[in-house]
Design a binder for this molecule. Structure first.
Ligand code: GMT
Length: 375
């Protein structure tokens, strides 16, 4: 099959899922064409056959206060579909990708080409941005005019049905990890580079948006630190980072809390880690929690959105109400203070992650593509 994938090429979960899916599909012999504004961060085109990248350029024009990205994207999609005989268009994140895909479909129809659209909903495109009155009409339209729609969790599916007037069936296809790739990558963890041997390493990775509640992460760590010799690694960039850094400085935690910025070495960082914190106010799935678990790191999280579908209470970690920092700290200490229990949860986290292994997911997308082509 010739597949075109549209996604955000950044560190965010939806871009990571789209990239890993494209790589997996290319390994199955499909030709996969990424169409986006720069090369996705995890995409290695040179070393992966059947993978192609088509850049969407939006020239700066002084008349425009906002450059019309979806216009440029839809035009580029028309060119790519025609030039590479694309069979199916898979767009990740509804805004504005599903909308641009619909326009491309219409333009292609004018030339006698019929292209099916598969839209995957990821989370904030529904729960945060998409349901805003400014966007809701266009998002509803784009979802209802997709040939097939998928959501990354049952929770997100239910949110979509609650927030929009949806006529299209939504199939849940969960996010995934590639356990085999992880094993290939596994190397001795040089954790001494980041913390003394006796320290436990606690990690948080996110885009530091307000909904990630990074101050809760630090508040949990503040309760752990007096009882367990430990370090907190804060990985990522985003709007709440300065606030978090200022808090750390003001409260004398600078020696113990390290801000590492965005990283392409998530697996390496997770392989150093003993515990992962994700107290989000909202999370349709929590791909990063799954990545932690796949690396054998138990997860202390909130119970927002789809997190309970990923992190199994009392098995791969623990879940608490959003904002209940005391409960999250208590759960963290319960594991960190008991070596045998921590080891058991590390194994169980790995086991739970296997449910989401890529081999159980990619063929579900292939089936959806075939269904969309038949419609
Ligand atoms: O978490 C973010 O803010 C980024 C966002 C994205 O679209 O990249 O993540 C969403 O999609 C991920 C991949 O499907 C999910 O794992 C995240 O849970 C989801 N984020 C939210 O729902 C807040």
């Amino acid at each position: 099959m010739n597949i075109a994938i549209v996604c955000y090429p950044t560190f965010g979960g939806s871009g990571v899922v789209a990239t890993e899916l494209g790589i997996a599909l290319s390994k199955l012999g499909h030709n996969v064409h990424f169409v986006t504004y720069h090369q996705p961060v995890r995409l290695d085109i040179i070393n992966t056959p059947n993978l192609y990248f088509h850049e969407v350029n939006v020239p700066d024009y002084p008349l425009f206060k906002y450059q019309p990205y979806e216009l440029a994207l839809s035009s580029r999609l028309v060119d790519v579909v025609k030039a590479h005989k694309i069979d199916v268009l898979h767009v990740h994140y509804a805004i504005p990708h599903a909308y641009a895909a619909y326009m491309a479909k219409k333009m292609l129809l004018d030339e006698g080409i019929s292209i099916p659209i598969v839209t995957t909903l990821h989370g904030t495109d529904i729960t945060l941005v998409g349901s805003h009155p400014f966007y809701r009409t266009a998002v509803t339209f784009s979802i209802n005019h997709s040939d097939c729609v998928t959501a990354v969790s049952e929770s997100l599916k239910q949110d979509t049905l609650r927030l929009f007037d949806i006529k299209t069936e939504i199939k849940v296809i969960p996010n995934f990890i590639d356990a085999l790739k992880l094993e290939e990558k596994e190397k001795p963890c040089e954790r001494s580079l980041l913390a003394p041997k006796e320290d436990k390493i606690i990690t948080h990775i996110s885009n530091f948006r307000p909904l990630k509640r990074v101050l809760d992460v630090i508040a949990i760590f503040e309760q752990i630190s007096p009882h367990v010799s430990s370090r907190l690694l804060m990985v990522g960039e985003g709007p709440e980072k300065d606030k978090a850094m200022a808090y750390v400085k003001k409260n004398g935690l600078k020696e113990k809390v390290l801000f590492l910025g965005n990283s392409n070495e998530i697996d390496k960082i997770l392989c150093y880690s003993d515990l992962f914190l994700l107290p989000s106010a909202m999370e349709s799935f929590g791909l990063v929690a799954l990545e932690a678990m796949a690396n054998g790191v138990p997860v202390i999280s909130s119970n927002a959105g789809g997190l309970a579908e990923v992190n199994k209470q009392g098995f791969s970690g623990f879940l608490s109400e959003v904002g209940d920092v005391d409960s999250m700290a208590k759960n963290a200490l319960h594991l960190l203070n008991d070596e045998a229990k921590l080891k058991q949860f590390k194994n169980q986290a790995k086991k739970q992650a296997q449910i989401f292994n890529i081999d159980k997911v990619v063929n579900q997308y292939e089936n959806i593509y075939n269904k969309a082509i038949r419609i």
